[in-house]
Design a protein around this ligand. Structure first.
Ligand code: GAL
Length: 751
């Protein structure tokens, strides 16, 4: 509660704020006459936000300045906020004293919002940042682009962060956003670090001089007349993320086949090459659900025609169907830029932007007619006869590849807003006009997305290829309602091949994208058995993983989670390299901190710690959260709240996997070749630890959107200590799997 002094303070500030707002509204005239005293220089003089509006249980929003004419990410969300699910999470208190969040509209048109931080508070998120999760004391520009190693630009610069204190902040506007996270401290900040003389005459007076003192707030700024800020409460960081995902429309639920194994063909492959490749997969006994065609399936690319190259694929319909008959889904590479040689060029020319990209015109999906022309063509030419989905490439940057910031579009959408949302606009067009309207679920790839995107069945990927960063990406995705595949393209040796294969099999999309290198799962014969084993394990885990996705959809719980979401007090481990004075490389003696984000939770109960890089290729540490943990493969008790060492030799070249004590993992009894074979397949339940067990298994038709109208069910299984079990069904939806054939008590060894 605010004190009387606080209230007086507030009144004064409102007045000061009012003056500033007047200046801001008329800022052209005002700026020219502005004196130094008219511009706030202290925190108290910044404007307060008095109009927080509750927009869902535990969710509040405010609009600062003028948002008419601005594009919000939520306007492009796939589905409406899941308000009922938010209600089930419960009401919560606004996590700030409302006076604490302040803003300023500067004379140059820049809008700034300041959100206070406690001294020990950490912030995580900002989308697909591949180098770390903790962004405290960082400056970032959130802009859609190729991954830029820490500057903020990335394929999914989601303007949302989660605080270790249990709240989240989302900046809901399609603008480039500059974030100063606990840096750039103000002169009247309450948490100023003490000054030290860096060069004392008396050595004993030398303190820990710090070139980068910590700030006491997150301050973000953007060039815009307005901004919407959304705040999410939560008892834990996970609950905050759940609220963010539910507010964004809930998590996506992929078709079951999307969670199987994916492989992409060479860009010049033809139908015969595809059949030959499929035969080899069968011969090698490697499961396969999705086959991807790269640019050569079209008559021309880049720019694209989206018309079949019949010299390579003489009968696209028959070809697609023959694959489907075999349980294989076809995914087509595209970028959205249109060739003069294609039938879409003429109708879309007037409905496209002022500049070309990759030689092609850029359709303006904000114009309904443009979107309809585009998606009608896709329906007729591919999706309508069974193509399963797309890989939407090149929607991310660089500047020299995309349109300039001064480009114009027929809808009046600014080039900047287009840049921040083009990937989302393409997802919306395909999702709404094709997948939803044909009642056929899909799973796809995209190279750019942003805020409020959790309900889209699109998985991000990158060209950057650093294995450690790719593992970090798996965790980063879970903090911003996005999905990520650490796809495999090539490897320098068999060990790297196996390690990358094991990582990708525990990600949102298990995909081999080795079309350039020509590598196949069996390219390194010495590890082929281990590669097959991990792909088969992914297939066997489908009932568990698919249920985790159902929890994403219904409750907003990410199917794969960063460890910071696992346990409120889980600390990100870091390696610190002490700063040593160096005139060229380190003139300010800054310590270098390397975060360790190399493990994550797969579903609710499995901890994955892949081997990676040359340094951790065959041995590594794993930090176990509090609670009993068991080795997935052997059932051996491995520890509780401690750091353990694992090595590939002891694990028989399997991926390090651990299960929480008491958990039950539902699995297929045998690995299926693809999702088609899953229907009616028998289950086994693996129970780890002592005592009784309980597990819920989600089922639906696995391919349509009927689950949105209640066509699903949960099988709830209670396991007694002696291994017998009792099953009850909740819901009237269709069955997906067959009977539970066995309960495997996995516990070996003593706690
Ligand atoms: C790249 C993409 C690759 C591949 C290629 C085709 O941009 O990342 O996966 O699809 O384009 O030209």
């Amino acid at each position: 509660m605010k004190s009387t002094a606080g209230k007086l303070h507030t009144r004064f500030n409102r007045f000061a704020g009012y003056l500033a707002a007047c200046c801001a509204t008329l800022h052209l005239g005002c700026a020219s006459t502005q004196t130094s005293t008219a511009t706030p220089t202290t925190i108290d003089a910044l404007q307060q936000i008095s109009n927080w509006e509750r927009v869902g249980a535990g969710v509040w929003s405010t609009t600062i300045g003028e948002m008419d004419g601005e594009l919000r990410y939520t306007e492009l969300a796939a589905e409406r906020p899941r308000l009922e699910a938010l209600k089930r999470l419960g009401e919560a208190e606004f996590p700030f004293d409302p006076d604490e969040i302040r803003y300023e509209i500067l004379p140059d048109g820049r809008l700034m919002v300041r959100i206070p931080l406690a001294p020990d508070e950490k912030i995580y998120g900002f989308g697909l940042q591949l180098d770390r999760l903790d962004h405290t004391q960082r400056v970032m520009t959130l802009k859609v682009d190729h991954w830029s190693q820490g500057g903020g630009e990335t394929h999914a610069p989601v303007p949302f962060y989660v605080s270790s204190k249990g709240y989240g902040v989302f900046f809901d506007t399609a603008r480039y956003l500059k974030v100063y996270a606990a840096t750039g401290n103000r002169k009247d900040a309450t948490q100023r670090e003490p000054e030290f003389d860096r060069n004392p005459v008396n050595e004993e007076e030398r303190g820990k001089w710090n070139a980068q003192p910590r700030g006491d707030a997150v301050e973000v700024s953007l060039l815009s007349p307005g901004l919407e800020v959304v705040i999410f409460a939560g008892e834990t960081p996970l609950e905050v993320v759940q609220r963010y995902n539910l507010y964004s429309g809930g998590g996506t639920l992929p078709p079951l086949w999307g969670l199987g194994f994916w492989h992409r063909m060479h860009a010049h492959a033809d139908a015969e090459d595809v059949y030959a490749e499929l035969a080899e997969f069968k011969e090698q006994g490697i499961p396969l659900d999705v086959l991807g065609l790269e640019p050569g399936w079209m008559t021309r690319s880049y720019p694209c025609t989206f018309e079949w190259q019949t010299l390579r694929f003489p009968d696209p319909k028959g070809f697609t169907q023959s694959l489907l008959d075999d349980g294989i889904h076809l995914n087509l590479w595209i970028n959205p830029y249109i060739s003069q040689k294609g039938s879409l060029h003429e109708p879309l020319y007037p409905l496209s932007g002022s500049h070309t990209v990759w030689h092609g015109i850029v359709p303006d999906f904000q114009v309904p007619e443009a979107r309809a022309i585009f998606t009608d063509h896709f329906r007729e030419e591919h999706f309508g006869f069974g193509v399963s989905g797309y890989k939407a490439d090149e929607v991310d940057g660089y500047d020299r590849w995309l349109w300039p910031d001064h480009a114009t579009f027929p809808s009046g959408t600014s080039a900047e807003a287009m840049r921040q949302t083009y990937g989302m606009q393409l997802q919306k067009a395909l999702y709404t006009d094709l997948f939803r309207s044909e009642n056929r679920r899909s799973y796809n790839l995209v190279r750019a997305t942003s805020g409020a995107a959790s309900a889209y069945p699109f998985v991000l990927y990158s060209d950057s290829y650093d294995h450690e960063e790719y593992i970090t990406g798996i965790s980063a995705a879970s903090l911003g309602g996005i999905l990520w595949t650490p796809e495999i393209r090539r490897a320098g040796n068999a060990r790297e091949w196996l390690n990358r294969m094991q990582t990708v099999c525990f990600s949102h999309m298990a995909m081999l994208n080795a079309w350039v290198s020509g590598a196949k799962p069996w390219s390194f014969p010495e590890v082929t058995d281990s590669v097959r084993e991990v792909i088969e394990l992914r297939m066997r885990l489908l009932p568990y993983f698919y249920t985790a996705f159902a929890d994403y959809h219904f409750e907003g719980i990410p199917p794969i989670r960063a460890m910071v979401l696992e346990d409120g007090d889980f600390r990100i481990r870091a390696e610190v390299e002490a700063g040593e004075l160096d005139g060229e490389t380190n003139p300010y003696e800054v310590d270098r901190v390397f975060e360790k984000n190399d493990q994550f939770m797969f579903g609710p109960d499995m901890l994955v710690a892949p081997f990676y890089g040359p340094r951790y290729a065959t041995a590594r540490e794993v930090a176990l959260p509090t609670g009993d943990w068991y080795d997935f493969h052997s059932g051996a008790f491995v520890g509780n709240g401690e750091i353990i060492e694992v090595d590939a030799e002891t694990l028989g070249d399997r991926i390090p996997l651990f299960v929480r004590g008491g958990a039950t993992i539902p699995m297929l009894k045998d690995a299926a070749n693809n999702a088609k074979a899953v229907s009616g397949a028998s289950l086994v339940l693996r129970h780890y630890g002592e005592g009784e067990g309980f597990v819920r298994i989600y089922e639906d038709d696995a391919t349509t959107f009927d689950y949105l109208s209640g066509e699903y069910r949960f099988r709830e299984v209670r396991i007694r200590e002696d291994g017998s079990f009792e099953e009850t069904i909740q819901g009237a939806g269709p069955a997906l799997y067959g009977d539970i054939e066995a309960v495997e008590k996995m516990t070996r060894g003593q706690r």
